[in-house]
Design a protein around this ligand. Structure first.
Ligand SMILES: Nc1ncnc2c1ncn2[C@@H]1O[C@H](COP(=O)(O)OP(=O)(O)OP(=O)(O)O)[C@@H](O)[C@H]1O
Length: 480
């Protein structure tokens, strides 16, 4: 933790002696200032003395201030760096911020501006240290299958523990890929129902006209193709927990039936004339704003208030501090074993990139990126060139492929298809050049597998989808 009981130590890197004198005079009352006139002198001092902050000019006789910044960023615990740029050099400012500078100062600047800049940065550093120390004191870097030691995740663990013993409905919100399903499963595992079934149903993965039968089951002859009766998720969850994922996708008429079920504990399988009573605990999740859905008339208000008893919000990965690294390390270890590779960790630069990236697809995206790295590379350390462009450039490039990593779903979401196989694709009908999408897709996937010598995970990595997606699609093609 920075010790600011004595004056914070600043390394001032400036080759113009007169400028150095002026800046030193600005700082001297509050800081202990050491000056360096060249880049190599600065690096020597950084190696032999302790500093709290570096203030560097861009143009130096032997290197640039950005080279010094890069050197500092490669260390395990990088110092904050403020870059002094010539007035109007926007490119340098952008470049230095992208490389990890804490702030910049456009020359000429006044004493007050310099002091405020440094004070803000050091305050932020102190806060960061306090949070890290505080997080360490929790000693909880994982909870059930969820990995994470950050403060927002401690809060999630605490709510799960308090809510798990009750039968009250938990309403989980959060962006896609934040771990809502893992959270629901942890709630079940902590509850007194843990020895009974946990049934998860993804309302978005099931065609709307089949959803009712998936939830409530059906009797023989209830609709065309219902050749036998079948239990739905509600009956299978009896005594346990029913997790309705993507509840916002449920059609309005089914929402009223669900409401009745929640109120009475009874439901009618499709085509049946008798009621079935079960004891289930409900957990539901959505990645939409539920109140907005209510306002837009897409979600019943009475159902919302029935379900919204204990709200639990899964924080986006970008708000979880060091968790992206913690989760990434865990995933790297796991994938390395699964793929029979040698990886032992991330290089310092990769660590920084993983921490800085905004992870629009959250933990799912992180998992896809790690799998991709491990499948396509080998070595002991993950280096920056092994990262997908979108992540390496901090999400500023290759939006399309970033989207692919972000949105590709893992087996737990995609495998929950209706069990009766009713969604298997139908054979194509000739129509000039236009062919059904799935036929085109089949050809692309088969070609990729072929070119990877039959190695499905490798083909999946090139296609930027998960291997399980390929296996699921193959099953569907075989059902045709
Ligand atoms: N904290 C975590 N630690 C480790 N793995 C996690 C964590 N959170 C999520 N994951 C993994 O990330 C992937 C996505 O998680 P999950 O399916 O629970 O997200 P979700 O919020 O339900 O997504 P969606 O809204 O798209 O349904 C899964 O593979 C899950 O195992």
């Amino acid at each position: 933790m920075p010790d600011y009981q004595s004056s914070p130590r600043v390394l001032l890197v400036e080759d113009s002696a007169s400028n150095a004198l002026v800046y030193r005079s600005y700082l001297e009352a509050d800081y202990s200032v050491v000056t360096a006139g060249t880049g190599s002198e600065a690096l020597e001092k950084l190696a032999s003395q302790r500093f709290d902050l570096v203030l560097t000019d861009v143009r130096l006789p032997d290197m640039t201030g950005l080279d010094i910044l890069d050197e500092i960023q490669r260390t395990e615990d990088p110092l904050p760096v403020v870059v002094m740029t010539a007035h109007g050099s926007v490119d340098v400012v952008v470049d230095s911020m992208q490389r990890g500078a804490s702030d910049f100062l456009s020359k000429p600047f006044e004493k007050a501006r310099l002091l405020v800049t440094l004070e803000n940065i050091l305050k932020k550093e102190q806060l960061k240290e306090i949070v890290t120390e505080y997080e360490k004191s929790f000693q909880r870097d994982a909870f059930h299958e969820m990995v994470g030691a950050s403060l927002p995740m401690q809060n999630v663990y605490r709510i799960i523990e308090s809510a798990s013993k009750s039968n009250a409905t938990v309403f989980i919100t959060g962006e896609s890929g934040t771990g809502k399903e893992l959270c629901a499963s942890a709630l079940h595992a902590e509850s007194l129902r843990r020895d009974k079934p946990f049934i998860a149903l993804n309302c978005a993965a099931i065609p709307k006209d089949l959803l009712e039968s998936e939830i409530f089951g059906h009797v023989k002859g209830a609709f065309t193709g219902a050749t036998g009766s079948r239990e739905g998720a509600a009956a299978r969850a009896s005594g346990g927990t029913l997790f309705l994922d993507e509840i916002g996708e449920m059609p309005m008429d089914l929402q009223s039936k669900l409401l009745r079920f929640i109120q009475s504990g009874t439901f009618q399988p499709v085509g049946a004339n008798r009621e079935v009573k079960v004891d289930v605990r409900f957990i539901c999740a959505t990645n939409r704003d539920p109140l907005e859905e209510v306002r837009a008339g897409r979600f019943r208000e009475d159902l919302y208030y029935r379900l919204h008893v204990i709200p639990l919000e899964m924080p986006p990965l970008r708000q979880r501090g060091n968790d992206s690294l913690l989760i990434g390390e865990r995933m790297l270890k796991q994938c390395t074993v699964e793929e029979n590779k040698r990886f032992r960790g991330f290089s310092e630069e990769v660590k920084r990139i993983l921490l800085d990236y905004s992870w629009p697809g959250n933990v799912r995206e992180l998992g896809n990126v790690i799998r991709n790295i491990v499948v396509l590379n080998d070595g002991e350390l993950v280096r920056p060139d092994m990262l997908p462009d979108s992540v390496r450039s901090g999400g500023r490039a290759v939006a399309k492929s970033s989207h692919a990593y972000a949105m590709e779903r893992t087996p737990s979401q995609i495998d929950r298809q209706p069990l009766n196989g009713a969604v298997a694709p139908q054979p194509p009908e000739a129509n000039g050049d236009i062919r059904p999408l799935w036929v085109e897709e089949k050809e692309i996937i088969e070609r990729a597998i072929d070119r990877c010598g039959g190695n499905v995970p490798r083909a999946a990595a090139f296609l930027e989808i998960s291997a399980s997606t390929i296996y699921r699609k193959k099953q569907q093609w075989e059902a045709v």
